[in-house]
Design a protein around this ligand. Sequence first.
Ligand code: GLO
Ligand code: MG
Length: 348
Amino acid sequence: MTSPTTYRFSFGPWNISEGNDPFGPEIRAAFPHEKKLALFRTLGFEGVQFHDDDVVPGLDECTPGQMLRRAAEVKTALDDEGLIPEFVAPRLWFAAQTVDGAYTANSAADRAYARDRTRKCIDIARALDCKAVVLWFSREGTYIREAKDPKLAYVRLLESINAMLDYDPEIEIWIEPKPNEPTDQAYVPTVGHAVALSYASKAPHRVKGLIESAHALLAGLDPSDEMAFALAHDKLGSVHLNDQNGLKYDQDKNFGGANLRVAFNQVRVLEENGYGRRGEFVGLDIKAMRTQRGSPVTEHLKASRELFLLLVEKVRTLDRALVEQFRDARDYEALELYVLRHLMGTKP
Ligand code: GLO
Ligand code: MG
């Protein structure tokens, strides 16, 4: 018998927010980055997810020397706190050059900006001793379909990925699919698209997916199946666990907060397939409720981590023989009742 997986958790500093939303400003006092790092361990997290400019604020205005000095400072801060940088993601959705997308922008100058910014992001990842870059294709898509040549857009995405693989011989690229928001319709809406890009790239073993629960739900898909698809191709770099209450704006609710059974099945697929055994993190991407008092607010992170671990127990105590029996008998009515009773802690 193999010993049970000891899961390790991560989140990004943006998960500790000041509470602003599109309809109103910050309602909590700002909490500086350095102080955020000191919170991770106390909350039970050892991995940190970064945007490039979380590491190097004002990145576009920095000289290469300033950029690397700042990254070295953050590396020291991480080491001091005993934290591991899980990934660095190029923030390709704030700058004026990324209004119409980044790698798929119609303007050649804007595409060049995106490529250049991505190289800086890889340099920062290397300076932190971090092996992965995450591509969330935020503005790669359109508000109206006639705005771009979609076939050319996919060619440009693949060329950009290949350029990253060439730039650094070791870095992994984890694509985080999302079907919409901020664009009306995005390119690479599902992990199937990401896995296809991976196989088409010049180093398929270095291109993987990062699956966010809410993004899969927004695509009308079951997140556990998206995870299983990536796992079947050994391409699940990481996850962004959270929840989503139907087809509306990207909610980033607490893991299991909208649908406990859907959350259970994500944990089940991860646990049954040995996710985490090679050091993969259980990443969270969760927004605190705007209504929550205090600064910083961290209850949402604690709650989602706790819920994950409670569901791990539910997976480990599932009677596998009984499940097999129900499957063999094709008695899915009985299987469903068993699963629901198990989740509710009710004896038959
Ligand atoms: C937004 C995404 C975003 C990414 C983050 C890392 O919908 O979930 O938060 O996860 O920028 O790339
Ligand atoms: Mg995310």
